[in-house]
Design a protein around this ligand. Structure first.
Ligand code: WQD
Length: 336
């Protein structure tokens, strides 16, 4: 199938484009490079050994998307990654986040309807659960007003999609609620490219280990967790990418209208301090760090119950935490 991948030059989008190709599909990447680099496209061609179909533009521009759908006949579906995703930045610039993340989805849905493309996989997030009542988290756990405008855009986007599906718009969709994507492609050619100071843990760990950052600050060690530091479900980005292909192929077989959500995680929680210790052990490098105060908006524990996606799609994570941290370090060394 020919699949539109919006934000396909980004961290998860680029890895998903590679997995689409490896399963015999054809990605059509649309990206405005607001949070990615154009040279990633060359890396995708190097890994896949084939030309990548690519369009530069903003997914909130209806004319741009119409042009893509017009030129690329028989697009069978779309995977929508294009969105701003920095929690902290969203607190400072909420209107930019609501405008960008909601408008790009709405314009994509309108364009899909116009061109009769019905299958959509949406990049959602476990952040929609807010502070979960308990872990592991099933899809039946209640969504809560997220702690940030970024997270709230994911809640609202899920509703925009489900309302479109059940509003007779000839759309079928699945929202994938990611937990914490980490790692990089084993080739070391693509990976996470944080702009400026990393918001997320693992790129900060790799930069601290590489000496780019003086030291990592562990945001709190007084949480009600085994070692006091935050616990998350860290999933290898290649496993996450493969979940998208399984989801799309499953969606293609469903009768329209169809909507569902899947948690995409390992089902295992690891703490921040465990990440540091494991990273040091598997890579033989030291991570300079200090314990600091909790980060506002952080929760103590968050990890998935992945039974639904495992049973429905026959997908489960295959890579280990150790592999994720080895691949993350390999990518960091490629960058520096
Ligand atoms: C993980 C743990 C921090 C940095 C967010 C979004 C989610 C997804 C991933 C976007 C926490 C601790 C972190 C640091 C630290 N979306 N930490 N020092 O907050 O779980 O999830 O990012 O990509 O939707 O909500 O991820 O990596 O920021 O934090 O101690 O310098 O690492 O306190 O316990 P988070 P994270």
């Amino acid at each position: 199938m020919k699949i539109l991948v919006t934000g396909g030059a980004g961290f998860i989008g680029s890895h998903t484009a590679i997995e689409l190709i490896s399963k015999g599909h054809t990605p059509v990447i649309a990206d405005n490079f607001s949070n990615s680099e154009k040279w990633i496209l060359g890396r995708l061609e190097e890994i896949s050994q084939q030309e990548i179909i690519f369009y530069e533009g903003d997914c909130s521009d209806g004319n741009f998307l119409a042009e893509v759908f017009s030129r690329e006949k028989n697009i069978a579906g779309a995977i929508h990654f294009a969105a701003k995703k920095a929690v902290g930045e969203s607190m400072e610039k909420p209107l930019i986040y609501y405008k960008n993340n909601l408008l790009s989805l709405i314009v994509l849905l309108e364009t899909m309807q116009e061109f009769g493309v019905k299958n959509l996989v949406f990049s959602s997030s476990a952040t929609v659960y807010g502070e979960p009542g308990s872990c592991p988290i099933p899809e039946t756990a209640p969504r809560q007003k997220a702690a940030s405008p970024y997270g709230n855009t994911k809640v609202i986007c899920e509703d925009i999609i489900s309302d479109s599906v059940f509003g007779g718009k000839n759309i079928s969709a699945i929202s994938l609620r990611y937990f914490n994507p980490i790692g990089a492609h084993p080739s070391g050619l693509i990976g996470e490219l944080p702009i400026g100071i990393p918001n997320n843990l693992v790129p900060y760990v790799t930069q601290a280990a590489a000496g780019i950052r003086e030291k990592l600050t562990v945001f709190g060690n007084d949480y009600p967790t085994p070692d006091g530091s935050g616990v998350r479900d860290f999933i290898h980005v290649v496993d996450l990418a493969q979940a998208h292909i399984k989801t799309l192929e499953y969606l293609e077989k469903q009768n329209t209208p169809f909507y569902d959500v899947f948690n995409v995680g390992t089902g295992q929680g690891n703490s921040v301090l465990e990440i540091i210790q494991t990273f040091e052990k598997v890579n033989g490098v030291e991570v300079p760090y200090e314990i600091g105060p909790r980060r506002p908006g952080d929760i103590a524990t968050c990890f998935a119950d992945p039974q639904k996606i495992e049973k429905t799609l026959g997908w489960k994570t295959e890579k280990t935490l150790e592999e994720s941290l080895i691949d993350a370090w390999k990518w960091q060394n490629y960058l520096t």
